[in-house]
Structure formats: C-alpha cells, structure tokens
Design a protein around this ligand. Sequence first.
Ligand code: ATP
Length: 714
Amino acid sequence: MSLLTQSVDVQAFASTQLALLDAELQSELQETSGLISNTSPTSLQRAGLAVTNLVVSSQRTGFGGRTVIELGADSATSGSNGELPEHGIRTGDIVLVSEQPAGTAKKREIEDLEKKGVRGVVTKLKRDTIAVAVEEEREDTSISGRVWLVKLADDVTYRRMNLTMEKIHKMSESDYSIFMRVLFGLSSPSPVPQNLAADPEYGKIDWIDPTLNDSQKDAIRFALASREVALIHGPPGTGKTHTLIELILQMVKRDLRILVCGPSNISVDNIVERLSPHKVPIVRLGHPARLLPSVLNHSLDVLTQTSEAGLIVKDVRSEMDAKQASIKKTKSGRERKAIYGDLKELRKEYRERERRCVSTLVGGSKVVLATLHGAGGFQLKNEEFDVVVIDEASQALEAQCWVPLLAAKKAVCAGDHLQLPPTVKSTNSKVKPKIKEGESIIKGMALETTLFDRLLSLHGSSIKRMLTTQYRMHENIMRFPSDELYESKLVAADAVKDRLLKDLPYEVEDTEDTNEPVIFVDTQGGDFPEKNEEEDTGRKGSLRSLFGESKSNEMEAALVRQHVRKLVDAGVKPADIAVVTPYNAQLGLLAPLKEAFPGIELGSVDGFQGREKEAVIVSLVRSNTEGEVGFLSEKRRLNGMLMHPSSPAGVYRLHGGMKANAHLIVAMTRPKRSLVVVGDSDTVKRGSKFLSNWMDWLENNADLRYVDAASIEA
Ligand SMILES: Nc1ncnc2c1ncn2[C@@H]1O[C@H](COP(=O)(O)OP(=O)(O)OP(=O)(O)O)[C@@H](O)[C@H]1O
C-alpha cells in the first residue's frame, strides 16, 4: 500500500479521489450488469442475487411517504405453503423489481429491465413476502403479472462521496479550516500537554465508568485534549467501542455537540444501543429498514411520526394511503392521471411538514448518529458539530470519511489499521481511472488507503493512543498476534487470560480438547492433499465468474468435523463454535456441519470481523508438494472470494482489495477460549514470513497433534 507521508496538494487529492471513485463505481456497475445480463434468472436466484416468480400482493405508503410494494410467491409456481424460496436478499438492499424474463432467456440489458420495472430499497423480509420501498421518480409505474427482483449496485454512496470530493476540489486555500490543513499536512496538529494524567484540566475526570483501564482513560484524555485530530487504535477485544461511549458522554458533559459515524449501519447501531441507557438526547439518521429493531425508537424517521410535530405529518400520510388505494379501483386513464397529480401535491406537503419536524428533532439532539454517507443527507445540511467521531475508521474509504468531516472542526477516529481494509473492486478490474485534462494527480494514491493509515504516516504516532488491555482472548491465543503485530503491547485482562472451554458457565467436560487454548493439528506429510474446486465441479460458462476458482481439502474437512463432534460431545454448545476457512470450496465441504450441529457458525474469514466466539477452528486447506500457498500468502492486493452468508448452495461474490494476512489475523483473534488450527505446516510456512512465523510459533507453543490419515473417517 502506498501511503502519503508528506503534505498533500488538496486539489490534486480531490481530483485523484474522483478518478479512483469513478473507476470503482464503473467496476461495480460492470460486475452487476455483467451478471444480470449473462446469467439466467434461476442461476442468479441460486447465487443469492435475485428472487424469481413473484407477484405484487399489496401496495401502500410507507416511511417518508414512499410507496411500498409487497411481493409474494406466485401461487402458480410456489408450493402450498406460499413461502418464498431461500434467497440472499437482505433489508436495505437496492433492488430492481421487473417483469420476469423467460426462464431460459439469458441475454438482457439492465437498462431494458429498468424501463419495465422499478428500483427501490428492501424494507421488510418475511418468510412469504418481501417489501420494497419504491424510489420516488418511478412510483407511478404500475407493475403487474409475474415479476422478479434483482439486487443492484448501490450507487448512493458514490454520489455522496463524489459530491464531497467535488466540493473540496472547488475550495481555494483560503477556504481551508485549520482542521483541514492539519488533515492534509499543511499545518501540524496543536501540541497536547505531555502528561495528561497530571494535567489540571484532564487529570481529574469524573469517569462515568470508573472501571475503565489506564490505556482507555489515557486515550479519552488524549481525545479530549487534542484540538484537531486524535486516533484511537483498538486491537481486537480492547474495548474500542466501550472507550468511545465514555468519550462521547464526557464530551456531552462538556457541552459539545457530536456527530458519530461509522462505515456500516451495524457499526452505528452498536453505538446507539450502548449510548441509549445513558439518557442523552440522541437521534439516529438512516432508512429504518436498515436499522436494528432495538434502535428504532431513536430513529429520526420513527420520531418524525411519533413526536407531536409528527402527528400532523401522519394525517397527510393517511390521505395519501386513501389515494393509493383508489388507484386500483380506477379504470380510466384520465382519472388515474388526476390521482397521481393529487398524490404528487400531497407528497410535497408531506415532505415540507416532515422537513420542519426533522430540523426540530435534529437541532435538539446533542448526539447525532449516522453512517458516513448518511451524514451527507439533507437532514444535516446546516447543522454544526464540535466533534465528528468515526468508529471503525480503518474500514472506511477516506472519501467516505470526508462526507461528515468537511464541516468538522475536530475528528476522533477509532480503528485498527492491522485488520481488514475497506473492500475495493477496481484494483484488479480492467477499469482504469480516467484523469481529466489539466488535472494534477497524486501518483501512488490508492482508494483503499484509509484516512487512518494516511494520518498515521503523515503525523506519526503522536496523534494516536493505543488500547492495550484485551478482554477477549486467553493469554496464549493473544500471544502470537500481539508479538507479531502489536509490538507485544497487548495484555490479557485477568478475567479472560486463563479461561478455557472447560470453564464455560455451563457444564463442559474436562478433556484434552477443552483444556487447551491453542491446538495445532498439523497435517504435514502429504497425506491430505488439496483439490482444485473448479476442475472437480466442472462449472461452466458465466457461472464461473460467480463461483470462481477455489481450493478444498477433504481430509482437513474430516478433521474439522471430528473436532467439532468431540467438542459437542464434551458439552460445548454448537452456537459457541465457529469454523472458518479462506476457501469457499472448503466451506462447501463443511456445509453439512450446519445440519448436524444447528447453531454452529460457518464462514469465510472475512465475513465475521470483530465477532467473537468461544471456540474457533481454522482450516487452512493448502497442502501440496510445490509449496504453493497462493491466496493465503498474497501480499499484493487480490480478488478474494466472499461466500454469500445466506446462500444454501454456497455462493460466491467477488470481493477485492484484501490483504490475506489481514484475513488470518481476523480469524486468529476471534476466539475467546479455544483456537484450533488445522493445516499443513510444510506447505503453509513457505507462503510468507508472516505464515512461517505463525507456523513456527504454533509448533513451539500450541498443543501439537499429528494425524494418521488412516484413522480419519472421510
Ligand atoms: N475497562 C473494562 N473493564 C472490563 N471489561 C471491559 C472494559 N473495556 C471493555 N471491556 C469489555 O471488553 C469487551 C470488548 O469491548 P468492545 O465491544 O467495546 O470492544 P471493541 O474493541 O470495540 O471490540 P472489537 O474488537 O470487536 O472491535 C466487551 O465485553 C466489554 O464489556
């Protein structure tokens, strides 16, 4: 990754970002439209990207005055229970609902489909229905007959990032705030007193949670004292969010107004849930369909309807519903047109009333929370904040961070730059950034270089504080990642440092598998060779682009199954066990575990960053005489594959811009009480220095087990 260690020409920065963002959007659009036009509806459905054979079962007015259509299974094709088939569509997905093409028809243009259908956001999923809030411009399109629903690329995020970068591009140097100057290295950050713990202002803080550890307190003092920017580096399990909550509450006490953002809805909701008991006035922006049910009572859209000012808005909504219903009964085109006209007027009124209500609600909140791109919505247009707090900043694109930062005076970013970087598709695609004539460009700048990374290179660790006590892993599980990545600075909290599976709060037998924190099942010796998935399954044609090449290892899968069985027999609940592997084909082989042990988690290493589990089993798959490690060892960025988590068949989405080492770091830092690694040390250690160190460490420190191939039941 190329980082910028010097000050940045802001205009060139913005034009480079614009070119990179455009290339990224083009790659995403190409990928989606390529899939939609070359793959049959049935295959897309299998891939979790579409649902076929649907009919519109109802239509009504939903949140924000949008038309919501509800889709159910077409009774001519569904079974007697009316349930929808398994699908990979999630609430919040942007989808197209359109007349269904013939089953075998393949070649189709996405534009044609859009003409015949409507775009919208999925707002609710039930076993038998999917609700879609239709995009405003197209809501007078009535769709009938058999339809299908296809997932589209989400371009809203890009529009917001582009707008922000364009604004920055247009600014002249005299427009730059001191905050902006620091972030681009044109000025140095204001100095922070050396010994904050002894400082008259920051030394004696009345902590809301007095159990915070010293590194957490230190980070909070530092973030409060910094004038322009502070980074909080939180390795896995060190209480990054915990620290942010205290920081936000301390800022509220100091009468500061705060905007809290994260790259994903879940990262923001996590903070809303934890701030909520503290009774500070907070409001969460964002489409209610994308929020966790537990935070809905802080959702701006919901408050808009339940607050006093909201009640007036509600009246207009009922009127709109009545109009919607009358459309169905009307046969005459002229009458319909008149009704659509009325609806348009009502919608205008609705929006005006809603806008007034929104500005009262947002204006009255000390803490406003939104996703990074959500901060670019109309609701925050003229709002001012003293501090912008960004959680999971190391997983956000820098352009995304600038959406809230453009109007900021100070930023606090929390993250861990050693974990997975944000996903970027354009790095390996054929789309190359187009540079506009006359624009200067910053060579070597990459879209996936995060703000967190760039600021660290620019200002060094003087703008950062690291959290060092971790509350997740047994001491031995923590040791290798701490030594290799975190300068041996991590310390395991007393409560977790010697916790084993046998000490779980429910009954678990003391066995050789439940009383060891780190087990290495070494399959070296060549008896457990890998297989190339593509050769074996013979998948053809365009599906190859969906499924791609992957590796599997049947004997490793058998060893994993055997280990899971032993843990469960000893009393460990399947829900406390996760099996992870970097290869999708291996996930396919392991899939039967889900039926045998309901509740067990099965996933690719990148899908579960940050989620802890009592026991994690990692299957490394690679085993060959050539010492080929490929994906596991890749230092350059590569197109990894992400398994669609909800797909029954094991489906793959292209997923780019990953560092393989980061995948493994995520896997090895998730377990609390037991990490089991299954792999061929001979092959794997030839992959990279990091892998070789890991294998050596495991050989010397783990409970080592060699396996006799003959003893394994396939
Ligand atoms: N000072 C503390 N004392 C006791 N427990 C703590 C402390 N700080 C954090 N924890 C606990 O550590 C766990 C991890 O905290 P939190 O979820 O805030 O971590 P995080 O670093 O944001 O996690 P992740 O690694 O998933 O990003 C939580 O169970 C939390 O209650």
